[in-house]
Design a protein around this ligand. Structure first.
Ligand code: SF4
Ligand code: MG
Length: 320
């Protein structure tokens, strides 16, 4: 709730022209048990920082994070250790997150040792089961990360995340570094695992096409804020925010019946250390109005669960 991360905010001496970087600026959302929430936006929009705050790899500047009814930010060390086991992360670059000097069996066993699970024999057994679960096999246990392909390394990263039987998995661009042909294999694997292990996913991506199949709901982030959120089909069929429309315009939809409301995305995202006043998207928005340059659009629910932050949906403009 109202999750905020301003980097450099507590630094005493900021040079005159230096501003804190508003990486995440008042983000609120919930994830229901068993669902997949997709979080999408261009690089630098704050989606990874949001994911890392949920893991408490980064401490928020403001806001609260409730996990199974408890505020993660007020937990004592013991409860936090338990929560750390229940929330696991899968990273974009599996190679960077796997220790190159360790064999695969050690890599997958390690989180179980950290969380004091089982004994040496039971952990070994579990490592072999996990390898099968993610589509590898026991013969891979003695190898090193560099002996695997990118897709296989991501499978190892997934096995490691599963080792401690988490409830929530934060997947930060887990397929972005993989060849397109491999992406769908890994996405299918994640879906199967979700069904088999009752997992809940926060799935972070920069591309709406990647999260389309896997998500139940999708949130779109821009410059540290969520600008639109809706059920998956609603968001793709009836996008409201001009930024969401622009992101969808860059995804070719192979359906001649589908009339795409084409919005071209011009220029770059402004720096989060110096975000524009008013609507954060106004510098790139084809529908920009005067009000957009001064007033921050409120986040409003338009239809059942479909929320959007854009002045076009303010009542007075809707009426025109
Ligand atoms: Fe565009 Fe204005 Fe809506 Fe922002 S508030 S997305 S600038 S129309
Ligand atoms: Mg990122």
């Amino acid at each position: 709730h109202d999750l905020t991360k301003h980097f450099g905010a507590n630094r005493q001496i900021l040079k005159k022209e230096q501003h804190p970087v508003k990486a995440v600026d008042g983000v609120s959302f919930s994830i229901k048990e068993g669902e997949t929430l997709g979080l999408v936006g261009e690089s630098g929009c704050g989606k990874s920082t949001t994911g890392r705050m949920l893991m408490r790899l980064i401490n928020p500047t403001d806001g609260s994070i409730r996990f199974q009814g408890k505020n993660l930010l007020e937990m004592n060390d013991k409860d936090m250790r338990l929560a750390r086991k229940d929330i696991q992360m899968i990273f974009q670059d599996p190679y960077a997150s796997l220790n190159p000097r360790h064999r695969v069996e050690r890599i997958i066993e390690e989180p179980m040792i950290v969380h004091k699970m089982g004994n040496k024999v039971s952990r070994k057994k579990k490592v072999h089961e996990l390898l099968e679960t993610v589509g590898l096999n026991s013969s891979h246990a003695k190898r090193y990360p560099h002996q695997f392909s990118g897709g296989q390394r991501q499978r190892i990263g997934i096995a490691r995340a599963l080792a401690v039987e988490p409830k929530l998995i934060i997947a930060d661009e887990p397929v972005s570094a993989l060849d397109v042909s491999i992406q769908s294999q890994v996405l299918n694997l994640l879906e199967d695992l979700q069904a088999n292990f009752d997992l809940t996913f926060l799935f972070i991506a920069h591309d709406l096409s990647v999260v389309k199949h896997i998500s139940d709901r999708v949130g779109v982030m821009y410059l540290g804020k969520i600008v639109e959120m809706a059920d998956r089909d609603e968001l793709y069929n009836n996008p409201k925010h001009p930024y969401t429309k622009a992101l969808l315009s860059s995804v070719p939809i192979p359906d001649p019946e589908f009339e795409q409301d084409y919005v071209e995305l011009k220029g770059d995202m402004p720096s989060p250390s110096d975000p524009p006043k008013g609507c954060p998207f106004h510098t790139r928005c084809p529908h920009v109005m005067d009000v957009c340059k001064s007033a921050v659009p409120a986040y409003q629910e338009k239809e059942d669960g479909h929320t959007v932050a854009c002045h076009l949906y303010d009542d007075q403009y809707m009426a025109i």
